[in-house]
Design a protein around this ligand. Structure first.
Ligand SMILES: N[C@@H](CCC(=O)N[C@@H](CS)C(=O)NCC(=O)O)C(=O)O
Length: 200
């Protein structure tokens, strides 16, 4: 049975993989999950997708989806009972472009300032905050907002962004979030593949 499901290579804490899992869970599409450890990627994943980033979805006909947005769009094309796709496309694409571009750029330099020559964490935090201030409720960026908030929770809580904080808190407390954050052991060839989402 599991053999017939698409295979998802995923990493629990990767925000790109999280948003792919969120869309899969929202669509009700089942996949066979292969939990990846980034420093020890399975050769099967690298063979399927040499760029070797998670998530990767391998469909039954051999099609490989190696971008989280492609996984989301594929899942929601199968079924979209919560009408995620009814949101204004142009607005959504604009927000995702803003997220994957400038917000991610500044998030990395805020979170990992010591890895970037001359990066001043507070400056990048201020730049990234501009995106957050403009935010509309778009579920696929929540995993990134969660990372941003967790980097310095005290600072984040002191910003007085009540809608954003409420939105994040509801997301973190939701059954959907718990379902996509369930822990799985690292997958290796011949291991059983748990079905994701599990009993949602
Ligand atoms: N544009 C890709 C980005 C995926 C990505 O960068 N994933 C990270 C983990 S969060 C990754 O797999 N990095 C490769 C590595 O760390 O070796 C997508 O949206 O799927």
């Amino acid at each position: 049975m599991t053999q017939e499901l698409p295979t998802l290579y995923s990493f629990r804490r990767c925000p790109y993989a999280m948003r792919a899992r969120l869309a899969l869970a929202a669509s009700g599409q089942l996949v066979a999950l292969r939990e990846v450890v980034l420093r020890d990627k399975p050769p099967e994943m690298i063979e399927a997708s040499p760029k070797a980033t998670v998530p990767v979805l391998v469909l039954g006909d051999g099609t490989i989806l190696e971008e989280s947005l492609d996984v989301m769009h594929w899942a929601l094309a199968q079924a979209d009972p919560e009408e995620w796709l009814s949101a204004d496309y142009a607005t959504m694409d604009e927000l995702v472009t803003q997220n994957d571009g400038p917000f991610k750029h500044h998030l990395d330099r805020y979170k990992y300032a010591n890895r970037y020559d001359g990066a001043v964490a507070e400056e990048h935090r201020a730049e990234a905050s501009k995106t957050l201030i403009e935010l509309d409720a778009r579920l696929e960026i929540l995993p990134f907002v969660r990372q941003f908030a967790n980097t310095d929770r005290t600072w984040f809580d002191a910003q007085g962004w009540p809608h954003l904080r409420g939105w994040l808190e509801r997301f973190l407390a939701s059954d959907r979030f718990k379902a996509v954050m369930k822990k799985y052991p690292q997958w290796r060839a011949d291991d059983p593949e748990p079905t994701f989402p599990a009993g949602e």
